[in-house]
Design a protein. Structure first.
Length: 359
């Protein structure tokens, strides 16, 4: 984590950068605090230390023969407001990493490194360290290296206590292994991997529904025993990287991955298809986390609205050859859980549902 903020030489009666609201010493203290966190994420190819002007990565050391680089960037959205208002900052860094690396792996890419951007009005060392510890944890889970980033203290842009996050990740995939494949056809099977909840999508609506409910974030969660509402809503996004990469190594029958983010099934599933093909999804197969039932009931939301807003319990969909579905399910189950068979590819564009969500 580097800071681009540099102080000016102070002469007689001169104003300092700290007087303007930017504390360079606090930024330097943060860099020192997170160095051991970043060191935990080192992997083959990542040899640079934090504190320079940029991060280095040796792609050749990873053993790729004819690689393509894949890049993704994202944020956490207004889920950050839940963290800020509840005073719980330990997991939003995991969310930040997850949103980028899950987008990389759907193209068959292995995430290699990650950089973060932390912006605030006034740097609070404990808060920033907690957030970046979560980022380091997300990198560790996904097997990528945290090789650098930026801390920006910008009084006047953010009120005290507020902060924003952005993340950027780069991965690599062999040229002949890029997903989705072009041979997806009717009859292919659609598998689903369970989500941990809303992940990092739909939180502008979720916050509105919390307001409608009249509950505070420190109240007991109506849908999660032993947790406050804030804790339950801050359940971190599932990172699917290692599970999906292991399945790709175990079988050549995987044709596509679809990361179910904002837009739910309705918007995200068709993104992996071309031509006159679509999805038929059996909603009865999905074990829907209780949080979605509470959201639906609180807002009086119809099924169609839920399906185009939230992941409704499935964070990743996988299109596979029908005769290799069993071996792929076995491979996925060895490195993770929550694998279901939830549909098929059909010769009709769009997403077609049968059954109903158990909200």
């Amino acid at each position: 984590m580097t800071s681009s903020r540099q102080g000016q030489k102070q002469g007689k009666n001169a104003i300092s950068y700290k007087d303007a609201g930017v504390d360079i010493d606090a930024g330097n203290a943060l860099v020192e605090a997170i160095k051991p966190l970043a060191a935990m994420t080192k992997r083959l190819g990542a040899n640079s230390d934090l504190g320079g002007f940029g991060g280095l990565f040796d792609l050749k050391a990873c053993g790729y023969k004819d690689p393509l680089l894949v890049a993704a960037n994202d944020g956490v959205g207004t889920k950050l407001k839940v963290a800020i208002e509840s005073g719980q900052h330990a997991t939003v860094g995991i969310d930040l990493v997850a949103m980028s690396v899950n987008d990389l792996v759907v193209q068959g890419a292995e995430p290699l490194f990650f950089l973060d951007y932390f912006a605030c009005g006034k740097l609070e060392l404990d808060v920033a360290t907690s957030v970046i510890a979560g980022i380091a944890k997300g990198c560790e889970i996904s097997g990528c290296a945290l090789i650098g980033g930026e801390t920006a203290e910008m009084p006047g842009m953010y009120v005290d206590g507020d902060y924003d996050l952005a993340g950027f990740s780069v991965g690599a995939v062999e040229r002949d292994a890029v997903l989705p494949r072009k041979d997806i056809s009717a009859g292919d099977v659609v598998l689903g991997l369970a989500s941990s909840g809303p992940h990092s999508n739909g939180y502008s609506l979720i916050r509105k529904l919390v307001e409608i409910s009249g509950l505070e974030y420190d109240a007991p969660a109506p849908f999660a025993n032993g947790q406050t509402l804030g804790e339950a809503l801050l359940t971190p996004t599932t990172i699917y990287v290692k599970q999906l990469l292991a399945a790709l190594k175990a079988s050549d029958g995987i044709k596509a991955f679809a990361h179910i983010t904002g837009g739910g099934f309705t918007e995200n599933l068709p993104r992996v298809l071309t031509g006159e093909l679509g999805f038929e999804i059996d909603l009865n197969t999905i074990e829907v986390p209780k949080v979605f039932g509470w959201l639906s009931q609180t807002g009086g939301m119809e099924r169609s609205e839920m399906l185009k807003t939230f992941n409704c319990g499935i964070g990743m969909a996988i299109v596979v050859e029908a005769d290799k579905a069993d071996e792929i399910i076995e491979a996925l189950s060895k490195t993770g859980g929550g694998v279901i068979t939830m549909g098929t590819i059909v010769e009709q564009t769009g997403v077609h549902y049968r059954g109903d969500l158990n909200l």
